[in-house]
Write a protein that binds this ligand. Structure first.
Ligand code: NAD
Length: 298
């Protein structure tokens, strides 16, 4: 069994760390929040007070932090992970961050003699609690193979997407598809309403025709056709619009940096920005249909 330093015990990191404890590993967890540290202790882990304590004895370091700035600081800061971990330590960053930060931190880890993967997730808080996350992994083959047994405990689907940063690239490309397709499906339902076409009829036809996609058949933005979708519970998340906006912004940053043309990604970012600025950042992202309709009722 391994000793794991886990940094960032929030909504996602907390239950992920608890699953590593449940599997028999020793987890030394760090978070700025005393509440988050207490939850780890309740789950059977050991809460620590400094990065040095979290990583100096660790075989593996896992991070689950808000954004690229946090990840750069935690790994590369003067008193950071790379300064305190033993050479050869395996590092897994599961935060969703910009591709450039992921590649910069991976290069610094490599220079310090560490193995590192970026391994962002999809599946949300329920997936973190249930150990059913999907991990999109970027990094060298040997680091991927070393990380896989730990990712298998926290997730169900583990995909190696290529070299450093490619996990983040896969995550933002996928979520750009999701953001755009949710708007497309929502617009179609709004048009159908104006034309007197019943929600269920449009669903029955499009779900077996060329308009079929995940946003329609697994996460339908109107109540009724897909009972599990957040539309049936007043758009409680689920996946909050604020999180979608974060991922769309990361995709736009990457598109600008790489020169890719993503006009619909840009439009989806602008629409989710408007939606969030209207006070809806905590609403499920499929609630954007209410915004497109111009009225709050279904
Ligand atoms: P969160 O805000 O609940 O947790 C982040 C934690 O990091 C907080 O508890 C915070 O105190 C801690 N932290 C920040 N800086 C720190 C530092 N320097 N040292 C120690 N701890 C520090 O966020 P979350 O929902 O758990 O998301 C974490 C990451 O996972 C984000 O990148 C997010 O985009 C991604 N993600 C979240 C979801 C979701 O549904 N919540 C889904 C997929 C991916």
């Amino acid at each position: 069994m391994a000793t794991i330093g886990f940094i960032g015990l929030g909504n996602m990191g907390g239950p992920m760390a608890a699953n590593l404890v449940k599997a028999g590993h020793t987890v030394h967890g760090l978070d700025l929040s005393a509440e988050a540290r207490a939850r780890l202790e309740e789950a059977g882990g050991k809460a620590v007070e400094s990065l040095a304590e979290a990583v100096s004895q660790a075989d593996v370091v896992v991070t689950m932090l808000p954004a690229g700035t946090h990840v750069r600081k935690v790994y590369c800061g003067e008193d950071g992970v790379l300064a305190h971990a033993r050479p050869g330590t395996l590092m897994i960053d599961s935060s969703t961050i910009d591709v450039d930060s992921a590649r910069a931190v991976a290069a610094a880890a490599d220079a310090a003699g560490m193995k590192m993967v970026d391994a962002p997730v999809s599946g949300g808080v329920a997936g973190a609690a249930g150990g059913t996350l999907t991990f999109m992994v970027g990094g060298p083959e040997a680091a991927f193979e070393a990380a896989k047994p730990y990712l298998d405990i926290m997730g169900k689907t583990i995909v190696h997407a290529g070299g450093a940063g490619n996990g983040q690239a896969a995550k933002i490309c996928n979520n750009m598809i999701l953001g755009i397709s949710m708007i497309a499906v929502s617009e179609a339902f709004v048009l159908a309403e104006r034309l007197g076409l019943d929600h269920q009829k449009l669903y029955d036809i499009s779900s077996t025709a060329s308009g079929q996609c995940w946003s329609l058949t697994s996460y339908c933005p109107v109540p009724g056709p897909v009972p599990a979708s957040p539309a049936n519970r007043d758009y409680q998340p689920g996946f909050a619009a604020g999180m979608m906006l974060k991922d769309l912004k990361l995709a736009q940053e990457a598109a600008h940096a790489s020169g890719a043309s993503t006009p619909l990604g840009a439009e989806a970012t602008a629409l989710y920005n408007l939606f969030c600025n209207a006070g809806e950042d905590g609403t499920d992202f499929s609630g954007i249909i209410r915004f497109l309709r111009g009225a709050r009722e279904a």
